[in-house]
Design a protein around this ligand. Structure first.
Ligand code: HEM
Length: 134
């Protein structure tokens, strides 16, 4: 990721943090489960806690984004937990698509090509790190 892209990801995430995590979580998981219904069974029936867990984890990863490499012990541990949930490498692209879609919806008219490239680069780095450590 380029330094400008780190700035863009941080800045746009701050804007989205003005929105209730339940709204972001609901948009993200609704998109994910409607595109990929087979993934639903990996998650618990009640998704309320999952919304805040996801948003808090993304916030913590993004706050710590000043280093060129994203792979921290926390991410390695998260990758291992994800293997235990039954998550496979192929699922990462599906989650990435739903996440990009949610960000785009959330930012509305503020969305542009640079923002899309910055988030794509961020997610690819994270997903590769998780896949390699799972
Ligand atoms: C790449 C970025 C991802 C992030 C930041 C992320 C974040 C999280 C967090 C914070 C949790 C809460 C529990 C924990 O920390 O272990 C969680 C749980 C979970 N995630 Fe992810 N996740 C990611 C990718 C994925 C992918 C690709 C899948 C595949 C479908 C997935 C499926 C799940 C499932 C099934 C749970 C467990 C729910 C439960 O049983 O409570 N995640 N994720």
């Amino acid at each position: 990721m380029k330094p400008e892209q780190i700035k863009i990801v941080k800045k746009t995430w701050k804007i989205l943090m003005g929105v209730d995590p339940k709204i972001i979580g609901d948009a993200f998981y609704s998109k994910l489960f409607s595109d990929q219904p087979s993934i639903r069974k990996l998650f618990p029936h009640d998704m309320n806690q999952q919304y805040t867990k996801l948003v808090d984890m993304l916030s913590s990863i993004i706050m710590n984004l000043d280093h060129p490499y994203i792979v921290s012990p926390g991410i390695i541990a998260m990758a291992k937990r994800h293997s235990g949930y039954g998550v496979k490498p192929i699922h990462y692209a599906m989650v990435g698509n739903a996440l990009l879609w949610t960000l785009k919806e959330g930012l509305g008219t503020e969305w542009n090509q640079d923002i899309e490239e910055a988030w794509t680069s961020w997610y690819q780095t994270l997903a590769e790190a998780m896949i390699q450590n799972s």
